[in-house]
Design a protein around this ligand. Sequence first.
Ligand code: SF4
Length: 345
Amino acid sequence: MKSQKLVWMKMRMHGCIPIERVILSNASMNESVGILPKKSTPYYASLSGLCEELQRQIEPDDRELFAQPYEMPDPLSENMHTVSPGLVHRYQNRVILKVTDECAVHCRFCFRKALIAEKRGALLESDLLLAAVYIAEHPEIAEVVLTGGDPLMLKDTQLQYVLTVLREKRPDIVFRINTRIPVVLPDRITEKTVKMLAAFSPLWVSIHTNHPGELTAQASGCISLLADNGIPLLSQTVLLKDINDKADTLEQLFSQLIRLRVKPYYLFQLDSASGTSHFRVTIEQGFEIMKELRLRLAGYALPVYALDLPGGGGKVPLTPDRIVGHEEGWIVLKDDAGKEYRYPE
Ligand code: SF4
């Protein structure tokens, strides 16, 4: 009762609406989505004890209990583009397949936090088969992005089975695995894991890393193992307030990635997931950081600064010419077809 009173007091103070209200307005969502339990690995916890920027990524914060009116449990409208359980077909030439909702750590800013809090576990075999049939029937799909959760939370045998089923149906398909495991649980990736993955070439691994403090000797060893076995590597980074919102920090991160043979691929503007506004950096600030990085890094070390347009508009590179106006607290952006979207200023 006392904590409920505290929540209401804070709501009034911040002028926010409580997350539960947002969630209840979406009948398909579980009421508990606002509360993502803390989760870390002993490895990452020991690193975050030494580095505040790492700790902020995994430490629950009261501010998560409040959703701004523009925040949503499913900010990219993945539900709208879901064609079978776990399979999202938004772009013509690729699909994403959520093979598990488990992660080694719970990143407090995650745009899929609602999904992860549901704790459904691995994709059912029947749903994997449905996805494989869909992909087989759509020859325009050239790539399957395995995501989740974190695909490397599956056992090697499970992951091998997923890849085998999909490749059997579509021998020409390219795989991409989105994972945070190399920087939060590097021991999970063994020589055996890497050999298994390499057997499914063309298979790319995209590593989610947000801070140079995550690229320890262990993480670097894991990444080198992947590179040594011929697995092409990309990275994705989320621009996060008080974590990596400085050109110096990102310069260090992207330079280290290049040394590790990882191409910095995306620097994402934060999505509007419920209860994440305290991580938000303004787009203007993002432009300033990119301007500075362009002076300091070689072209191939520079990621694309990108935004997933709210409401399922898809991913677009963020450049000043994308902005068509400002409206009371909103930036108005256009997609490639000229359609307008609003993102909080
Ligand atoms: S590892 Fe990825 S999917 Fe899991 S909580 Fe972090 S950002 Fe979200």
